[in-house]
Design a binder for this molecule. Structure first.
Ligand code: GAL
Length: 420
């Protein structure tokens, strides 16, 4: 067949095909997320590569801003404009809100074919379902109540690894006296709330934490112990960098990695920065439960909510993303880079570092009693409106070194009441 005949054959074949097939190219999956630090980029790259290897196009919609507030603003405006992405990092109770608006798609085929009900812990599966259909896929389990330590700096300062809040203050005093920044921190509302939540878990215990931030119980929110939470938070702030306003969490992590600061209070995505810097858990750095929260596990599950799409090929790409997200290879490589636990329960954790292995043991222990609690600071416990109200009170309090803990408690309660 010469070139002209070949072209004619293609054209006549094309005339027999339906229009949709003619338009067919590989489907595209656009993903909105906020995994933009060096370590987190490496993690998300593993998802992109797998989707591309399956023949689909990955459209990255990364929106910088730890904790995801900026990403959520973009997502809302895109949804209002009728142009949501295929997938977006949406978490906890917020998944239900998006589904209730009728914007999320049901992932019945892919969830049944890949047996998600058997792979996922039932409590986590429940968060991903709306009306008994999966509308989101979880990728990991982060633990929020961690303290990250540079052992070299501790040694130089003669500081001991703390297990209680008082020991934490004692270690911070030693670090300060030796000329180090005791606590690396970024003054952004979600980072302030992360520290606040850890202190609350330490002071109130998991039951008290639950009463305050899940049940939003007025007594728990206004009691004497909550005043203590704010007082301890205020003391902690005295060990933070006074120029911390607006700093990103990964820059704060960098200060601990390079030995300028001794500690950081942050969830285990902080580990992604240590990993990216080639540091080894248990040797170059230490992870310990936030002092006083041993036995508790404040969980933060990253999940991708799937939006309704029209184009058949894009739907195929979306289903592929959902499938890949729970496959063993992705779960292992992604979570090794991200610092989190795999959400699949059937993987051998020997391939993970010491911190992740400890996290897995602590998760199982916490699950047996009241220890397993949803993270307020990371969208797992309340509506975003209530969370925003808490963030405001906590950040205002931290930004004023003379603020009165008793007043903060009153403000917290009334802010939550009006946001409910
Ligand atoms: C959390 C998210 C983590 C991490 C962190 C910092 O909300 O779950 O995956 O990205 O924010 O941005």
């Amino acid at each position: 067949m010469n070139a002209i005949n070949r072209l004619a054959a293609v054209v006549s074949l094309a005339s027999l095909l339906p229009l949709s097939a003619l338009a067919a190219g590989p489907g595209t999956v656009e993903v909105t997320h906020w995994w933009t630090s060096g370590g987190e980029k490496a993690a998300v790259e593993t998802l992109k590569k797998q989707v591309e290897a399956d023949g689909f196009i990955w459209k990255d919609n990364a929106i910088a801003g730890g904790g995801g507030a900026a990403a959520m603003t973009v997502l809302k405006s895109r949804a209002v404009a009728g142009n949501p992405p295929a997938a977006a990092q949406v978490k906890g109770p917020d998944i239900q809100d998006w589904a209730a608006l009728g914007l999320l798609t049901e992932l019945d085929d892919v969830s049944k074919a890949n047996n998600w009900d058997a792979l996922l812990p039932p409590k986590i599966a429940k968060i991903m379902k709306y009306d008994d259909h999966y509308v989101a896929v979880p990728v990991n389990i982060h633990r929020v109540n961690w303290l990250w330590i540079n052992p070299e700096v501790f040694k130089k300062a003669g500081a001991q690894v703390p297990t209680t809040l008082d020991e934490l203050f004692a270690a911070a005093d030693k670090l300060k006296a030796a000329g180090f920044q005791p606590l690396a921190h970024g003054g952004q509302p979600w980072q302030d709330a992360t520290v606040f939540e850890d202190v609350a878990l330490s002071v109130l215990g998991p039951k008290g934490y639950h009463a305050a931030f899940v049940a939003l119980d007025e007594q728990a929110l206004t009691g004497e112990p909550m005043k203590t939470v704010f007082a301890k938070l205020q003391k902690l702030a005295t060990y933070m960098d006074p120029n911390r306003a607006g700093r990103d969490w990964n820059l704060a992590a960098g200060d601990v990695i390079n030995g300028k600061a001794g500690m950081q209070i942050m969830g285990d995505w902080a580990k992604s920065e240590w990993t990216a810097a080639g540091k080894v858990a248990g040797k170059d750095y230490q992870c310990v439960p936030f002092p006083g929260t041993q036995g508790s596990f404040a969980y933060n599950i990253d999940s991708l909510a799937m939006f309704k799409l029209k184009d058949e090929n894009d739907i195929k790409a979306q289903n592929d993303l959902a499938k890949v997200a729970l496959e063993p290879t992705f779960q292992i490589v992604f979570n090794q880079n991200k610092g989190s636990l795999p959400v699949r329960q059937d993987l051998d954790l020997k391939q993970f570092d010491a911190c992740t292995q400890q996290s897995a043991v602590d998760f199982k222990d916490a699950e047996k009693g009241d220890g397993l609690q949803p993270s307020m600071a990371h969208n797992m416990a309340t509506s975003l409106a209530v969370q925003g109200a808490i963030f405001d009170v906590v950040s205002n309090f931290l930004n004023d070194p003379k603020a009165d803990p008793a007043k903060a408690v009153t403000q917290l309660n009334s802010a939550i009441k009006s946001a409910k």
